[in-house]
Design a protein around this ligand. Structure first.
Ligand code: HSE
Length: 338
């Protein structure tokens, strides 16, 4: 399976490292032998139809900060690269942009127009155009997989797709942003908002533009994705009521009553919203640090809550790998749902 990888930030690099480390396992367990034929960061691209060495790419990028100077450097960029390369799968790992979805949206459309399946960890294109993209991929017979867009490596997306078959999800409530949850947890300990944000950035949880985390847009994007999937809605980011955590205070008094504040993303028949809410500290959603938690309230089987690490390069890279294995299995006629 030939891959083109767009985006070589923490997620893209972690994915390439995993391709190297897990190559024997992928071959042995799943018959998967991926060849990286093209890769691009924000400034340069590499292409070799016989395959690039992922280890060399990631080492060079880590040492030099760019791909420039490697032997397979080409002039093609962005959507032109995606269109021109001979590959079966686009891995889209550029930063999420919630204004116009670019550059990821153009990459995904270029892949669709040239017969490539897409695995995206980029939330922007789905947050803005998920219903249209799902429809276009369905019509084309190509796959669009996006486990890495919600919950890092925690399989919220896979849980909905595989484990809730035959159920109806009536309500979703979740903590979907690691950065804000980390900040709120540190504020419970008496640390200031600004100090906690700096820590979250240092730990690599925050988006390239951290206002997307703090103002609730990252949570809203993930809520759109989960809601469309679990509740069969047809919504985009424009339909979510969003308020973030700027100005939120967590008083000693509130904590002494056994309560705290969490940025809750929720969807029900009245709509989608993201806002800080007071919750009991014993609520399964009152997770600490950069953890994420989502409760699906279903028609017949009650509340299901999944908790796990919601951010991080390696965590998200495992979700991409999971999608790649699923793609391989579905193309071989094997269903990975059980
Ligand atoms: N900035 C995001 C978060 C990263 O803090 O949850 C994962 O999408």
């Amino acid at each position: 399976m030939r891959l083109v990888l767009m985006g070589l930030g923490v997620v893209g690099k972690a994915f390439l490292r995993m391709l190297v480390e897990k190559a024997p396992e992928l071959r042995y367990k799943y018959g998967l032998n991926p060849t990286l034929v093209a890769v691009s960061d924000s400034r340069s691209s590499l292409y070799n139809e016989r395959g690039l060495d992922p280890r060399t790419v990631v080492d060079w990028k880590s040492r030099k900060g760019s791909l420039s100077g490697l032997i397979d450097e080409v002039d093609l960029r962005g959507a032109d690269l995606v269109r021109e390369v001979e590959a079966e799968v686009l891995i889209e790992a550029t930063p999420s942009n919630f204004r116009d979805g670019e550059p990821g949206l153009s990459h995904i459309k270029a892949a669709l127009n040239t017969g490539k399946h897409v695995i995206t960890a980029n939330k922007g294109p789905l947050a803005l155009e998920m219903p249209a993209l799902i429809e276009m991929f369905r019509e084309s017979g190509l796959r669009l997989l996006f486990s890495g867009t919600v919950g890092g490596g925690t399989p919220f997306v896979r849980f909905v797709r595989s484990c809730l078959i035959g159920e109806r999800v009536l309500v979703i409530r979740g903590v979907l942003n690691g950065t804000t949850n980390y900040i709120l947890t540190r504020m419970e300990m008496g640390i200031s908002f600004e100090e906690a944000l700096t820590e979250a950035q240092r730990l690599g949880y925050a988006e390239a533009d951290p206002s997307n985390d703090i103002d609730g847009w990252d949570s809203a994007a993930k809520l759109v994705i989960l809601s469309n999937l679990a509740m069969e809605s047809d919504v985009t980011l424009r339909e979510v009521e969003v308020s973030g955590i700027r100005g939120v205070e967590i008083s000693r008094e509130l904590l002494s009553w056994g309560k705290t504040v969490r940025l809750i993303a929720s969807a029900d028949k009245s709509g989608l919203r993201v806002r800080p809410e007071v919750v009991e500290r014993t609520d399964p959603l009152a997770v600490s640090g950069a953890m994420n938690a989502v409760s699906f309230f279903t028609e017949h089987s009650g509340r299901h809550t999944l908790v796990g690490k919601g951010a991080g390069g390696e965590e998200t890279a495992t979700a991409i790998l999971r999608d790649l294995v699923e793609l391989k299995m579905s193309l071989s006629g094997v269903s990975s749902c059980s």
